[in-house]
Design a binder for this molecule. Structure first.
Ligand code: URA
Length: 311
């Protein structure tokens, strides 16, 4: 159930996403009811729509020129030149997505990471774990050096039958302390993003590419992401979301197995197995670059269309 919020709080949360006062209410974009959840649970949620002077292109395919025009200085955390051009793993995004449920143990995408870091036996074993065993294994994991400096591992949080799954980079200081993803400043913005979609943490699943905090909040290395990937893959297989939202480059690397630049990859629909992957900016980046919140909102609307089978 959504938590009732008063008007003032609602306004404050939407403002955080840059959706007021420019954005006006419109019925078309009223939030969807989550499968298996009480109808009417969204009733107090906002019907957020495009700003009147900035109608959203919620079509999945954005012309390349427009995508290029939306590129921003590579100040996003971990932004580096891509090793290879982004390559959508499916055909044109205008095509209706295949939203068949992902098999319980999908073949892991070939993460473009040194093969020596991937232990196939460990990955195969993790791919069989249930939630309890998986979280226990994550908490006890010593497979990469990040365990040495963590206070605790941070498995994930949310609805294990969610239609939406958000993937971040890795725990920060606050997450390391509290054992929950996205509870610091970036998490507050992520909550605002969810709210704008008529969602909250009870309706989505949130996980990270790496489960242990990298020292000094540095970007996790490709090797660390590879070693941790079997955990994320198993979480995805258990949740079976309708859409995966990659928040930032490390998340995209974990899910797609390739280095991409968010500014260039936005607007394309990638795939993790059968599941469409929407890439967008990390909330921490958006805190530093609030002008790009509108682009993130556009990406979220695209993800919503996929969840609703309209992509
Ligand atoms: N940033 C992330 O990518 N994940 C978190 O859990 C917190 C901040």
């Amino acid at each position: 159930m959504s938590v009732p919020v008063d008007e003032k709080e609602r306004f404050a949360r939407l403002e955080e996403m840059g959706l007021t006062p420019l954005w006006r209410l419109r019925t078309r974009l009223q939030p969807a009811t989550e499968a298996g959840e009480a109808k009417g649970a969204h009733q107090e949620s906002p019907a957020v729509a495009a700003p009147t002077d900035q109608i959203l292109d919620t079509s999945p395919q954005k012309p390349a020129a427009a995508a290029a025009a939306s590129s921003v200085p590579a100040r996003e955390r971990g932004e580096r030149a891509p090793r290879q051009p982004p390559r959508p793993s499916s055909g044109p995004a205008g095509k209706r997505p295949d939203l068949r449920p992902v098999p319980a143990t999908p073949a892991a995408p070939a993460v473009g990471i040194p093969a020596r870091t991937v232990d196939p036996e460990r990955a195969a074993r993790i791919a069989t774990l249930d939630w309890e065993a998986l979280e226990a294994e994550i908490r006890a994991c010593t497979a990469c050096p990040l365990h040495r400096t963590r206070a605790q591992a941070v498995p994930g949080v949310g609805n294990r039958q969610a239609r939406w799954m958000f993937v971040g980079e890795g725990p920060g200081r606050e997450e390391d302390r509290r054992g929950e993803p996205f509870v610091g400043p970036a998490g507050k913005l992520l909550d605002a993003m969810l709210f704008a979609l008529g969602l909250d943490r009870t309706r989505v699943y949130i996980a990270n590419a790496v489960k242990c905090r990298p020292p000094d909040n540095r970007t996790p290395t490709a090797e660390e992401i590879a070693v941790c990937a079997p955990f994320l893959f198993r979480q995805i297989a258990l949740v079976r979301p309708r859409v995966l939202v990659a928040l930032g480059r490390p998340a995209a690397l974990a899910l797609l197995g390739e280095e991409i630049k968010i500014a260039q990859a936005r607007g394309r629909i990638f795939r993790y197995g059968d599941i469409p992957v929407v890439v967008t900016y990390h909330p921490a980046y958006l805190l530093r670059n609030p002008a790009d919140k509108a682009k993130a909102w556009e990406d979220l609307c695209r993800a919503r269309a996929l969840v609703e089978g309209e992509g």
